[in-house]
Design a protein. Structure first.
Length: 124
């Protein structure tokens, strides 16, 4: 468990914001806390998937440089590389004239384009 930024004031702030609810053997979650965890799970899943990709595919397990500026630049480069890889999977643009004659009642099943990530979105 990473406890680099763990402190009592930070834990209190997270608890007040409703972000940090975890049940224990002698203190189970209340109904409200369980509901909040269920509501936040999809958001957490998207964020954790991004960090998992950075760790698994791009080697972002430990920082390589000393200082926030160099490591921040490295993170920006990694996110750029990840976004470029994701961008190549985006659907290509179809000219509007080609779609004019398509039947309006049939919709092509297509997945929404992947969301691009920026490191500033994940800084708390």
């Amino acid at each position: 468990m990473d406890e680099a930024y763990d402190s009592a004031p930070r834990r209190e702030a997270l608890a007040e914001a409703g972000i940090m609810h975890r049940g224990h053997a002698r203190r189970p979650l209340t109904a409200w806390q369980g509901w909040m965890n269920v509501a936040l799970a999809p958001i957490r899943g998207q964020v954790e998937r991004t960090f998992g990709t950075l760790k698994r595919s791009y080697g972002w397990r430990r920082v390589r440089y000393r200082g926030l500026l160099r490591n921040g630049a490295h993170l920006h480069l990694l996110c750029t590389a990840m976004n470029l890889r994701r961008a190549e999977r985006l659907p290509t643009c179809v000219p509007q004239s080609a779609t004019r004659h398509r039947n309006r009642h049939t919709k092509a099943a297509s997945r929404p384009p992947p969301r691009l990530h920026h490191p500033a979105q994940h800084v708390s």
